[in-house]
Design a protein around this ligand. Sequence first.
Ligand code: SF4
Ligand code: SF4
Length: 359
Amino acid sequence: MLTSKMIKEAALAAGADMCGIAPMSRFDGAPDEMNPQFLFPEAKSCIGFVFRIPRGVQRGIEEGTQFYQYPSMAYGGINEIFAPAVLYQVGKVIEDEGYEAFVYRNTGARGVVSDMDGSPGNTLSPEEQIEINENAKTSTAHHRSVQFTRPAREGSVAPDLQFQFRIAAVACGLGEIGWSKMLLTPEFGPLQRVAFIFTDAELEYDEMYSGEPLCRRCGACVRECPGGCIPPINSGKKVTVNLDGKILEWGDIDMWRCYAFYTHAGRYYNPFVPKEVWDKNEDGSLDLMEGVTDIANEQEIMKVYTALQKYFPSWVGYNMAKCGGCIRACVSVLEKKGGCMANRFKEPLRTKKAWKLDR
Ligand code: SF4
Ligand code: SF4
């Protein structure tokens, strides 16, 4: 008989760092277009897997010495290699017992609504728009939302259905959402990515986390965001979700603004872009990053990408993140002040003042 214990043991043996299981009823009331209950209506259980991001993957950015490892390992590596391999192995254990394993790895940019701001319709990511502009005759558009989708069956939702991963992880009892909108877990703080399996097997379920709040509401993430993308704790700008009776709350982050700053970091935090480029701000393409405009939308982000993408050309199929300021700030606070992550490392992440370019 398939049990939660078997699944969790298989998950850890295959390389996951944590595993939690929720009944599908915890998603009651989610907006249809993001409700995983529609994925596979016979599903009874949602199995969540945590894959830790090694703290050292961000060491190069913390030191200002190496920026490639974080996006290539913590985005590309986990999402494309490590997590799918675990889903595959655990899926086999489930299906060997006669139940189905609907594996769901991390993906983006293919839902009915934009994974950036929830808006429907054609929302190109900046790098994709650049590619289309440059190779219009050969490239097929790839959008942050699909353009012409429609339900395949009456009473269902249009594909591809994407759900909110961090809320699903909370449903599986794996942690809570911090003010910075990151998933926080007791073991790894903000340092993880997640993936899921939905199955028709009925299992024993984990309670949602109910210990001391994992987010200290300290505001370090707000202070250390180079783009001012996270609203202050007491600003009232927050998102509140009732997940089967558990209230989740996080800062209402300006996601498009974060898109620009986490990839290009701005004048003081991007050593790859010469000072003169920021000074010149040709055609106003860096207005958003230089504070000339406050409007962060897809058009402004595209201008930024078009101007700056050549300064850090390496690709792993993911944006070349250069920021992670909120994550590092959060790790630094949590391991020094206690709560989650306490005593994980012999030395703290931050041992000297954070760097900022003088220009
Ligand atoms: S990833 Fe960077 S730009 Fe985005 S919210 Fe965090 S600190 Fe700000
Ligand atoms: S830095 Fe502080 S406020 Fe921000 S998510 Fe972490 S614990 Fe919460």
